[in-house]
Design a protein around this ligand. Structure first.
Ligand SMILES: [Zn+2]
Length: 329
């Protein structure tokens, strides 16, 4: 029996001898032309990387219809930390029968530790915007933008979500929005406690991360586990300190020039202070964008067998011409 793990290419998962899984291969690997086949190949690679983690997160009977990648970067983040924010915010977006799962991934699309979810019942509308966003409006009046989603995937996601939003008969969720899951047991843990109420697994402190980065930019990122970005930041900060403070102070740069003026030190001091403060604030902000686990997250060695259940009919909305009216705010 073929599984995601044993398959060498996605076509094998569309064949007859596929073992029961939480994945809806027909939608995941729908490929009617050359370009679509290339995208299906990419999706297969992504699914292979996520498979083990996903099967631990999914509830019994929960099915996966589509996966893609995107970021959840905000304007403020882009302004302050640009590409760093892009890396910290890279997510695999997993559309299941109940929710959108957001798994933090690295550049090679391997899953990292932070996992969040967005329940369908909290969504009011979805649209693809002219500037390449997949914009999701929530009942709690927040708007959630997925960026850098491949354009063909964006079209699928918008259509798929529009169906799901119309179809869902779950009660409207006016308060719920993006929810962070415990990285140890994948239960939703509200607010920012020190540990999970359900399994007792401990989380890293956003406050500590922020203070560390205030002390020396990059330290907080290292603590949170964003190691490669943190190294780069620490190197950058060290270079700044060397050329602006240590070299002039110990006369390494130019022995002929006299002692530096007070103005120089005020300018340099404010520049460094600003760098440290911004990095401290941003690290604190990123520390609160999910629960970062303290210690090693154990990977389950064996998983319970997947129990298949009847899947929801995604075309029911079209057949019945169901029209969900705008819910009262
Ligand atoms: Zn837990």
């Amino acid at each position: 029996m073929t599984t995601v793990d044993s398959a060498k290419k996605y076509e094998e998962l569309l064949g007859p001898s596929v073992s029961a899984s939480p994945y809806e291969y027909g939608t995941l690997f729908k490929a009617e032309n050359f370009m679509a086949r290339q995208r299906a190949k990419k999706r297969f690679k992504l699914l292979k990387a996520l498979d083990l983690k996903l099967r631990q997160i999914l509830d019994g009977g929960e099915k996966v219809y589509f996966i893609t990648t995107g970021t959840t970067i905000t304007m403020g983040e882009r302004f302050f930390v640009g590409w760093v924010a892009h890396l910290v915010n890279m997510r695999a977006l997993v559309f299941t029968s109940r929710r959108i799962l957001l798994l933090h991934i690295d550049l090679r699309q391997r899953p990292l530790e932070v996992v969040s979810q967005l329940p369908y019942a909290s969504i009011t509308s979805v649209k693809s915007t002219w500037n390449g966003l997949c914009s999701i409006r929530l009942l709690n009046r927040k708007t959630f933008n997925f960026q850098s989603v491949p354009s063909a995937d964006r079209k699928f996601v918008v259509d798929f979500l529009a169906d799901i939003v119309q179809l869902t008969n779950a009660p409207f969720e006016h308060r719920r929005g993006i929810e962070h899951l415990c990285p140890h047991c994948y239960v939703f843990v509200p607010e920012h406690p020190a540990s999970c109420v359900s399994c007792g697994g401990r989380f890293k402190s956003a406050r500590k991360a922020g203070l560390l980065s205030l002390l020396f930019p990059g330290l907080g990122g290292w603590y949170l586990g964003h190691r490669s970005i943190a190294l780069f930041e620490m190197f950058g900060t060290a270079v700044l300190w060397y050329f602006l403070v240590f070299a002039p102070l110990f006369g390494v740069s130019d022995p002929a020039s006299g002692p530096l003026s007070l103005e120089y030190w005020i300018t340099v001091g404010s520049m460094l202070l600003l760098t440290h403060v911004i990095d401290g604030m941003m690290t604190h902000h990123f520390g609160r964008k999910g629960h970062h686990p303290m210690g090693q997250v154990p990977l389950a060695v064996s998983l319970p067998p997947f129990m298949d259940r009847p899947k929801p009919d995604l075309n029911a909305a079209n057949k019945l011409k169901l029209n969900r009216t705008t819910p009262p705010m």
